[in-house]
Design a binder for this molecule. Structure first.
Ligand code: 5GP
Ligand code: MN
Length: 341
């Protein structure tokens, strides 16, 4: 962090703090938030984690989960409570996102809030809304940036098993279990530190990856058998899931996470897409290999963004129209998608 001394001075006395993260938090979003919140509480601050939506059950084991306020636009008391806590906060930490639209209904409350904003993130092309930034696109996860900040402040020894476990979960999942090309020496060194501080790799991996509901596995089976489409002429694979199909498999938040990686795992595939119906729009997930930038693709066509090889977006069109839009775009990317490296 550039203005670290100013940040340290700000944090030197107890503050009212809000920690928020992106819509439909994943393990890095929630793990970095709860890891930071655990640390800040130990330093004497009054902390509230507010997520813009619910999140998957397989994250509920994280220490601190019980005190998260998950925004829900249909629940007036949660709406009022969230808005007043945000308005009264001295400091608002924004974790694992850097464009304010990613917090949906919390965008305006956070924009209007007078509290000092601190952004901790690793996504490309951030908006400039925060006074303090711990921002590094080369970092695989936001969780490791939280770890680094705590160390920069000189508080590594404050990190206990609970905090280390939350941060480890974020680092583990955003590297795809230490397999993606964002996994560098740094990620292993920080993982090793977190293990030394109490994180248990096999236990956390079990909690995150191997606590599937039967419905989720059945949905996965159905999708792989009937919904995965491969377009060899574009080195592209995609999956669409309708709302009826999601209902048929009693799909819960998080059940579609990871499906897009199966599409990318098909031999010779360079870009993979997953599209499914949400309440008010269609959600898109993109993954790619090598130098094909799905960040640019999602930004240019689907109001999204993310990282070069993992990005997301949304569409207000129907699912079928969204698919047709996606397919119609492929010819203009054919050269990039099929070029020999
Ligand atoms: P996923 O496909 O798993 O939702 O997201 C892949 C990556 O892109 C994650 O790092 C996620 O935070 C980011 N991402 C997803 N949706 C959006 C979006 O609408 N805008 C931006 N800027 N990033 C996104
Ligand atoms: Mn992340």
């Amino acid at each position: 962090m550039e203005n670290l001394n100013e940040f340290k001075a700000l944090m030197a006395t107890p503050k009212k703090v809000v920690v928020t993260t992106h819509f439909k938090p994943d393990a890095d979003a929630l793990g970095s938030s709860l890891g930071l919140a655990g640390y800040l509480k130990k330093k004497g601050h009054q902390v509230q984690v507010i997520t813009p939506s619910d999140y998957p059950d397989f994250l509920a084991w994280m220490p601190g989960n019980e005190s998260v306020l998950a925004f829900n636009p249909d629940n007036a008391s949660i709406v009022n409570k969230s808005k007043s806590i945000i308005a009264e906060a001295d400091i608002i930490f924004c974790l694992d996102f850097s464009s304010l639209s990613r917090i949906y209904d919390l965008t305006d409350p956070v924009k209007q809030a007078t509290g000092v904003k601190v952004m901790i993130d690793h996504h490309l092309e951030p908006e400039d809304f925060a006074k303090f930034k711990q921002w590094d696109v080369t970092a695989a996860s936001t969780a490791q940036l939280v770890y680094r900040l705590i160390c920069e402040v000189g508080d590594q020894s404050v990190i206990d098993e609970n905090i280390a476990s939350c941060l480890y979960a974020g680092l583990m999942t955003d590297t795809g279990g230490f397999r993606h090309n964002n996994t560098r020496r740094d990620e292993f060194l920080i993982a090793a530190d977190l293990v030394a501080l109490g994180a248990n790799p096999s236990h956390i991996s079990k909690l995150v990856y191997e606590t599937n509901s039967l419905e989720r596995l059945r949905l996965m089976g159905f999708v792989l058998k009937d919904k995965l489409v491969v377009l060899p002429e574009y080195n592209t694979a995609y999956i669409t899931i309708t709302d009826e199909e999601l209902k048929q498999y009693a799909s819960q938040t998080g059940d579609t996470e990871g499906l897009v990686n199966y599409a990318l795992s098909v031999k010779n595939i360079r870009m993979a897409a997953l599209m499914y119906k949400r309440k008010h729009d269609v959600k898109l997930s993109f993954r790619s290999l090598d130098d094909f930038s799905v960040n640019e693709f999602a930004r240019a066509h689907f109001e999204g963004g993310g990282h070069k090889n993992a990005a997301g977006g949304q569409s207000k069109l129907s699912l079928e129209e969204t698919l047709q839009k996606f397919l119609a775009l492929l010819p203009q990317y054919k050269e990039q998608l099929t070029r020999k490296n």
